[in-house]
Design a binder for this molecule. Structure first.
Ligand code: ADP
Length: 447
């Protein structure tokens, strides 16, 4: 087992990983920018190293400084959290070259899944259902038209190097296609320095359903069920649940089995999330994230398994603590992402939190790095906490969520809490009847 883990992140996820390390008796080092000197993860860690000024590229993305911090403190492993360097294959390679363990998959696996065309090809080869579309990059208009006619309109043009929902264009007719192809390519080139694009069938009303998987790096793979993350705004997840209100046990076991076998075949090591669009009973692979996800606590709530413990165990060579048959799904869990944002316009609302009071009681978990008097720096993303609620079934979970939202107090800044108080009383949400467009339509109506 590791002696000392360096946590290369900030905010709630740095604290989340720190808690797991403490439970496992592993010493912790955190790195931080000058803007985060007062952060909770810095206060609670065994050691901390300031690695640079506020902009991420000078601190949390500065590989040299982070490796130097490992050398100075004698850390033998790095947990990257999510975002920042968590899906940076070069970072994983550099750590390996310094004999420091990256708590995550190999650089090669990160690379495959980071290229969407390559990822889709790999998924298909591993038996994962994919969205019908082009086999690889498409640059010729004639070829694009032939493929679109074959799969049928509407189609979506996507950037191979894409991320964050950028570089995607929908074409409903052959006339649209010409423009969509040209704009997607130029946007992709500008945003990612790579103008390769591919074509997929555009699904009109899918849900976003993702499978939590784990590989032990030695040919064993398991799945921890699914999460439904269909409630999104501008491709950003807002509310996540496990299990999905749309799946039955048989579908869960079927797609879970396919995903577990795929990570086993790949020789994958650590946590991963295989994301699908789901429509009319069919799953369509869109991407795989090779890291821990923001929404992992809903899976922990229904399985009772600490996924960060598992990541650390696997990375240290200790293997998974569970077999597939040990993983049981109990009740229902919902996570609300509490952002420091105006609940109507979603513009960031940095500033000082004058009062912070979190709900408690059975089935309530709050993951947050903030406290009363904390000043939110303007440099990073606006997530200030996550409320995760568990109940024996979805109805109980929703009742408890409504109560917990009433108790939650964040004064001094705007937060997305009022949005969740609205959502929890909405009949569609109560019925689990929503797709990936539901939230944007709801917000447009409220305007
Ligand atoms: P990114 O990595 O940029 O987030 P994804 O491939 O994960 O891109 O897609 C992001 C979102 O775009 C999906 O959650 C979905 O809302 C939409 N999307 C992507 N592919 C399709 C498709 N074939 N049909 C309909 N919507 C899609």
């Amino acid at each position: 087992m590791f002696q000392k883990i360096l946590i290369a992140n900030r905010g709630e996820i740095a604290l989340r990983v720190l808690r797991a390390c403490k439970e496992l008796g592993i010493k912790t080092v955190v790195v931080h920018s000058t803007a985060d000197a007062d952060a909770m993860h810095v206060r609670l860690a065994d050691e901390s190293v300031c690695i640079g000024p506020p902009p991420s590229r000078d601190s949390y993305l500065n590989i040299h400084q982070i490796v130097a911090a490992c050398e100075i403190t004698g850390a033998d492993a790095v947990h990257p959290g999510y975002g920042f360097l968590s899906e940076n294959a070069k970072f994983a390679d550099i750590l390996a070259a310094h004999n420091i363990t990256f708590i995550g998959p190999s650089g090669d696996h990160i690379r495959i899944m980071g290229d969407k065309i390559e990822a889709k090809r790999t998924a298909k080869r591993l038996g994962i259902p994919v969205v019908p579309g082009s086999d690889g990059a498409v640059s010729e208009e004639k070829e694009a038209k032939r493929i679109a006619a074959e799969i049928g309109y509407p189609v979506i043009i996507k950037a191979s190097a894409g991320g964050g929902g950028r570089g995607m264009k929908v074409a409903r007719t052959e006339a649209d296609l010409e423009v969509a192809l040209a704009t997607a390519r130029s946007e992709a080139g500008a945003a990612f320095g790579d103008d390769a694009v591919y074509i997929e069938k555009y699904l009109e009303k899918p849900r976003h359903i993702e499978l939590q998987v784990f590989g032990d790096g030695a040919g064993r793979g398991v799945h921890f069920g699914e999460r439904d993350c269909s409630l999104q705004r501008r491709h950003q997840k807002v509310w996540e649940e496990a299990n999905s209100p749309a799946l039955n046990e048989e579908e869960r076991a079927r797609i879970g089995g396919i995903c577990a076998n795929a990570v086993a075949d790949l020789g994958y090591s650590g946590a991963g999330t295989i994301e699908f669009l789901y429509e009319n009973g069919e799953f369509y692979f869109i991407e795989m994230n090779t890291r821990l996800q923001v929404e992992h606590p809903v899976t922990e709530a229904i399985t009772g398994i600490d996924l960060v413990h598992e990541q650390i165990r696997v990375a240290s060579g200790g293997g998974l603590s569970v077999r597939q048959e040990d993983i049981k799904f109990n009740g229902h869990a919902i996570e609300c992402r509490i952002n420091a944002e105006d609940p109507r316009t979603f513009t960031p609302s940095p500033g000082t939190i004058t009062h912070f009071h979190t709900p408690g009681g059975l089935g309530i978990r709050v993951d947050s790095g903030v406290y009363s008097g904390y000043r939110i720096p303007p440099y990073y993303d606006s997530l200030i906490g996550k409320l995760i609620v568990h109940g024996r079934n979805r109805v109980e979970c929703m009742m408890r969520l409504r109560r917990a939202l009433d108790e939650f107090v964040v004064d001094g800044i705007n937060t997305t809490l009022p949005l969740f108080r609205d959502l929890v009383g909405n009949p569609d949400i109560a019925n689990g009847d929503y797709d990936i467009h539901w939230l944007e339509k709801y917000l447009a109506k409220a305007d």
